[in-house]
Write a protein of this length. Structure first.
Length: 226
């Protein structure tokens, strides 16, 4: 085992050998191996576990448009890919926004295929395909938008770094009494941090920290870093 582990850490395994080695590891062994590679398991401050309480079945982080990873993590790019394990790499060079942010998974509308989709179905299908420009185009032709539509449109704007537009949608959702309100506050707070508006970010995080939402613990930990 030690010999295989050393070979793995040195990147001397073939793809097939690497997959076979990873499949035989326990969850604890994967975490220990990640530590040796100098990376951190999961999202900063256990945010992924908090998010899973809200969105059942979310197991795999999708890549986002904006990435700020240092070069050294290329060695570990394929480490520990398993059905229930996700690794998100962070460093001191990343902003708090980059440490905590990931797109919210869509369980609002099942991804569909075909020529007869409604504009709303097209919007969520494009969102799932990471076609955020296409998703926005479909959201924008809807005659009426639900709070969930405003929320996911806001995430599309974040992905495209259109932060002012994202805040317009997210603050609307956050101000109401709906299931996406806590998530909207969380993402709005992250945007304010990215825009160097710590006062507004702090207000939203304090509100979340006192709530019973799935974002409460993460908000408390993020407040400690400000």
């Amino acid at each position: 085992m030690d010999e295989l582990k050393e070979k793995y850490l040195q990147g001397k395994m073939t793809d097939a050998e690497q997959k076979a080695f990873e499949s035989g590891l326990s969850g604890l062994e994967k975490e220990e191996l990640a530590g040796e590679l100098g990376i951190r398991a999961g999202l900063e401050s256990g945010f992924r576990n908090e998010l899973r309480k809200t969105v059942a079945g979310f197991e795999h982080k999708k890549p986002r448009v904006r990435k700020m990873y240092p070069a050294y993590i290329s060695v570990a790019a394929s480490v520990l890919i398993a059905a229930s394990v996700v690794f998100y790499f962070t460093t001191n060079n990343q902003s708090l926004f980059d440490q905590y942010y990931q797109p919210y998974p869509n369980y609002e509308v099942t991804t569909l295929r075909g020529a007869d989709l409604t504009s709303r179905e097209k919007a969520y299908s494009a969102y799932d395909a990471e076609d955020y420009i296409g998703a926005l185009a479909s959201f924008d032709v809807l005659e009426t938008l639900s709070m969930s539509d405003y929320f996911f449109r806001g995430i599309c704007h974040i992905q495209l770094r259109q932060y002012d537009r994202a805040l317009n949608d997210l603050n609307l959702v956050a101000s109401g009494d709906n299931e996406y309100s806590p998530a909207a506050k969380w993402y709005a707070a992250l945007i304010y941090l990215e825009l160097k508006n710590e006062a507004k970010a702090t207000d939203l995080l304090k509100s979340l920290s006192k709530s019973a939402s799935a974002f409460s613990a993460s908000a408390i930990e993020l407040l400690d870093k400000l």
